[in-house]
Design a protein around this ligand. Structure first.
Ligand SMILES: *[C@@H]1O[C@H](CO)[C@@H](O)[C@H](O)[C@H]1NC(C)=O
Ligand SMILES: *[C@@H]1O[C@H](CO)[C@@H](O)[C@H](O)[C@H]1NC(C)=O
Ligand SMILES: *[C@@H]1O[C@H](CO)[C@@H](O)[C@H](O)[C@H]1NC(C)=O
Ligand SMILES: *[C@@H]1O[C@H](CO)[C@@H](O)[C@H](O)[C@H]1NC(C)=O
Ligand SMILES: *[C@@H]1O[C@H](CO)[C@@H](O)[C@H](O)[C@H]1NC(C)=O
Ligand SMILES: *[C@@H]1O[C@H](CO)[C@@H](O)[C@H](O)[C@H]1NC(C)=O
Ligand SMILES: *[C@@H]1O[C@H](CO)[C@@H](O)[C@H](O)[C@H]1NC(C)=O
Length: 270
């Protein structure tokens, strides 16, 4: 050993550097991954007003990026409302394991909604209303924590997303003004007992309103206008004691507004 003093020094030296890099300056793998994911997300967007200028790889943490909220150093929210962003949502977003809220309404974002979003299993709020997304919606029914799902006013096509009936924690559901194939309102929407707001206007829906909808006792807004809903004006609507807004105009309903509704709901006289 005495013959090779440098060797005997090597081990502690290496240990020292290991200590410096991993203990004193933890490389914080999660932050690096999250920063990269956000920069890829930015890369797929056109940003004419430089709203994402603060999104730089020189930043230590993405928590200072405009529109980003963190909790304990992890990205929990992305909120970019009405920023004239176009382009597409990058699948890289799936790396954001703590994301609870993705809010990008009133932009010009187009293309397919990436199915990889299902990896963000903590999502509670997904609001993409007023964009230009098209293609079929991916099945997002594995996002069991969703409370707000607003995909209205885009160009989503294909089958009406009946899988929303599995998202039992939903409080607000907006699917209206899209380009689905003609179809019926799924019976399974009646599973969503916590729904207070449902917006299905202009969704190419035909057939009758399923009876299950009238078991949604928490419902405050029921908007199914501008479809091709037929049948008698549903008498059971008076079971919805918390309703304060009903929009059923431009459909193919017959019959009268039930008098019980007028009695139990002060608004019905209007
Ligand atoms: C979007 O932003 C523009 C300009 O910043 C503003 O004029 C417009 O009212 C906003 N629209 C919405 C829906 O907030
Ligand atoms: C999806 O989530 C798992 C953890 O649940 C993670 O290991 C994986 O890297 C994620 N996939 C992508 C594409 O981000
Ligand atoms: C949705 O729920 C139904 C039963 O209500 C079940 O058969 C189906 O597999 C579920 N779908 C998903 C994607 O979880
Ligand atoms: C519905 O809301 C109640 C009260 O906020 C909550 O306790 C319950 O877990 C919710 N149900 C689901 C399926 O999320
Ligand atoms: C989605 O965002 C828009 C714009 O901020 C808002 O008006 C709408 O109420 C949100 N949707 C839900 C269901 O909260
Ligand atoms: C509405 O649905 C009926 C069948 O229920 C169909 O005959 C009619 O053409 C549809 N109207 C529109 C405008 O799609
Ligand atoms: C209303 O429904 C009837 C019977 O299904 C159908 O013949 C008619 O075309 C529908 N009207 C419209 C405007 O879709």
């Amino acid at each position: 050993m005495a013959k090779y003093p440098p060797l005997s020094l090597q081990f502690p030296t290496a240990l020292f550097f290991f200590f410096v890099f991993c203990v004193i300056l933890p490389p914080s793998v999660s932050l690096t991954v999250e920063t990269q994911a956000l920069l890829k997300f930015k890369n797929q967007l056109q940003d004419p007003f430089n709203c994402l200028e603060s999104w730089k790889d020189s930043a230590d943490s993405p928590c200072q990026f405009a529109g980003i909220t963190c909790h304990e150093g992890r990205v929990t929210e992305i909120s970019l409302d009405n920023k004239s962003l176009s382009g597409q949502i990058s699948p890289s977003i799936s790396a954001l394991q703590s994301l609870t809220s993705l809010v990008l309404p009133s932009n010009l974002i187009s293309g397919k909604l990436p199915w990889q979003l299902t990896n963000c299993s903590n999502l509670k709020v997904l609001n993409l209303t007023g964009n230009k997304h098209d293609w079929n919606l991916p099945d997002l029914s594995s996002l069991r924590n969703l409370q707000i799902l607003d995909l209205s006013a885009n160009y989503f096509s294909g089958r009406f997303p009946a899988w929303v009936g599995n998202l039992s924690g939903l409080v607000g559901l907006g699917l209206g003004f899209n380009e689905y194939d003609e179809g019926e309102i799924p019976e399974s929407l009646g599973n969503l007992k916590n729904l207070t707001w449902i917006f299905l206007a202009g969704s190419h829906l035909r057939g009758e309103i399923p009876e299950s909808i009238f078991g949604l006792e928490a419902l405050e807004t029921l908007d199914i206008c501008r479809n091709n809903i037929s049948g008698m004006f549903p008498k059971s609507i008076s079971k919805l004691r918390n309703l304060n807004k009903i929009e059923l105009y431009v459909n193919n309903l017959t019959g009268e507004i039930p008098p019980e509704l007028a009695k139990s709901h002060p608004f019905a006289g209007n």
